[in-house]
Design a protein around this ligand. Structure first.
Ligand code: IPM
Ligand code: SF4
Length: 476
């Protein structure tokens, strides 16, 4: 028998899940894990009900409530907004009716869907993972093929545990060398999107590789995979390695004992074979990446913090000039202005991009012994109840609140305007989330995307700041 053609991590997971391939190449894929939340499931369950169908695999389905809930004390007194309340109550009712496991709203494990999947040990290497949510790409950090699906696809997966998918192209994003002081996974992903643009990954699944990716902890890898979707890709992934296996070993629901050993043997076969073909390769030198911040209303409009607001008139064509003029105006900027001079109203540390314990640790390290600037509202919103508990056990909540940060319950919070945490028109925020389009954090709000370390530095400075000037104090 001739040796098998070298395959990528994506190819291997795809091949292992094909139930049937149609003549046009579209495949029916088996889905290992289906995560659900309140926003994209109501019509899907309505569809099942109308067709008299059951939930096919409750054991491979898990629901959680994250987008619509308050993250301050008001979550204990019920949801005020009628639409938000209806979505949450609908998910709760559907979970009971269809026998879907649902993490209750006030359970310690409640949190953002993309934080809880890996954290609980439900999202594992080699799996196909879907959720009616674009940032499902986050779970690819586990060495899984994970992508967002639409509501009609949610219905299909609920009913059949399979999904029709067109094959994707393979893209490798190679980040070689070491990250500089003050930089993190967020700076890598923003730099990648700055380089390839928001359409750069179209039709591809990205595999992130290189020393700088290997050196990231799981939280950093999740941050990078999370934003793959903002670079236009279908999914992002990192090959599983010892960092991945050590992480899984500590999860409450990951495989244990013999089951772990068996799984491990398979997981170790997953990394891309030498000589496997990538349709597109993008290379970045990690040491050239400086702390990044977006200035415009798309994640690709990103610059090093030492940069200045671009001059729209210098753009090559009229369409781009018009687009840049609009961004400069919406964001309330002046061409040539130093990014570090932009005063902020709000700092938001949270979202499925950056709300894990590692993110909170770095924010607390920078906040320790310092104060949030007068007039700035700074929020730290842990990604899950378990993250919150861990942070409190480490005393991070105290460090943060003493510095003037608000310490919240878990949820999507100010990542998007679907719950009480919103920017008011004209407010400028330094945000660790992943989207900065007009009105994303509230109508008229102005969002600058950056890392948790950069957000903490901005909260303290009162303006966008270079985190390299705000390194943790040795002793306080
Ligand atoms: C509400 C949901 C459908 C949406 C998504 O798919 O990403 C949200 O999570 C977001 O980040 O905009
Ligand atoms: S934290 Fe933001 S990006 Fe993530 S799932 Fe929630 S709304 Fe979407």
């Amino acid at each position: 028998m001739s040796a098998q053609k070298p395959r990528t991590l994506f190819d291997k997971i795809w091949d292992a899940h094909v139930v049937e391939t149609l003549p046009d190449g579209t495949a029916l894929l088996y889905i290992d894990l289906h995560l659900t939340h309140e926003v994209t499931t109501p019509q899907a369950f309505d569809g099942l009900r109308a067709a008299g169908r059951k939930l096919r695999r409750p054991d491979r389905t898990l629901g959680v409530i994250d987008h619509n809930i308050a993250t301050d004390a008001s979550r204990y007194t019920g949801i005020v907004d009628p639409e938000s309340r209806l979505q949450v109550e609908t998910l709760e009712r559907n979970a009971v009716e269809f026998g879907m496991p649902l993490i209750p709203l006030l359970d310690a494990r409640q949190g953002i869907v993309h934080v809880i999947g890996p954290e609980l040990g439900r999202s594992l290497p080699g799996m196909t993972i879907v959720c009616g949510d674009s940032h499902t790409s986050t779970h690819g950090a586990m060495g899984a093929l994970a992508f967002g699906i639409g509501t009609s696809e949610v219905e299909h997966v609920l009913a059949t545990q399979t999904l029709l998918q067109k094959p994707a192209k393979n893209m490798q994003v190679l980040v070689e060398g070491n990250l500089a002081v003050g930089c993190s996974g967020k700076d890598i992903t923003l730099a990648v999107i700055g380089k390839i643009g928001t359409a750069g990954g179209t039709g591809h699944v990205i595999e992130y590789a290189g020393d700088a990716i290997r050196a990231l902890d799981m939280a950093g890898r999740m941050t990078v995979c999370n934003m793959s979707i903002e670079g236009g890709a279908r999914a992002g992934m990192v090959a599983p390695d010892q960092t991945t296996f050590d992480y899984i070993m500590k999860t409450p629901n990951g495989p244990k004992g013999e089951a772990f050993e068996q799984a491990l043997a398979w997981w170790k076969t997953l990394p891309t074979d030498a000589g496997a073909h990538f349709d597109t390769v993008v290379k970045l030198a990690a040491h050239e990446i400086a702390p990044q911040v977006t200035w415009g209303t798309s994640p690709e409009d990103v610059l090093p913090i030492t940069g200045v607001v671009p001059n729209p008139e210098e753009a090559a064509d009229e369409a781009r000039r018009a687009q840049l003029r609009r961004m400069v105006e919406y964001m309330g900027l002046t061409p040539g202005q130093r990014l570090q001079d932009l005063k902020i109203d709000v700092a938001f540390i949270g979202s499925c991009t950056n709300s894990r314990i590692e993110d909170i640790r770095i924010a607390a390290a920078i906040a320790r012994g310092r104060r949030v600037a007068d007039g700035v509202r700074a929020l730290v919103v842990p990604g899950s109840g378990l993250v919150k508990k861990q942070a409190e056990a480490e005393g991070l909540d105290r460090i943060l609140t003493e510095a003037g940060f608000e310490w919240r319950e878990a949820g999507c919070s100010m990542c998007l305007g679907m719950n009480p945490d919103k920017l008011t028109p004209g407010q400028r925020s330094a945000s660790t989330s992943n989207r900065n389009f007009e009105g994303r954090q509230g109508p008229g709000g102005r969002t600058h995307l950056l890392s948790p370390a950069m957000a903490a530095a901005a909260a303290i400075a009162g303006h966008l700041a270079d985190v390299r000037d705000y390194q943790p104090k040795e002793s306080v």
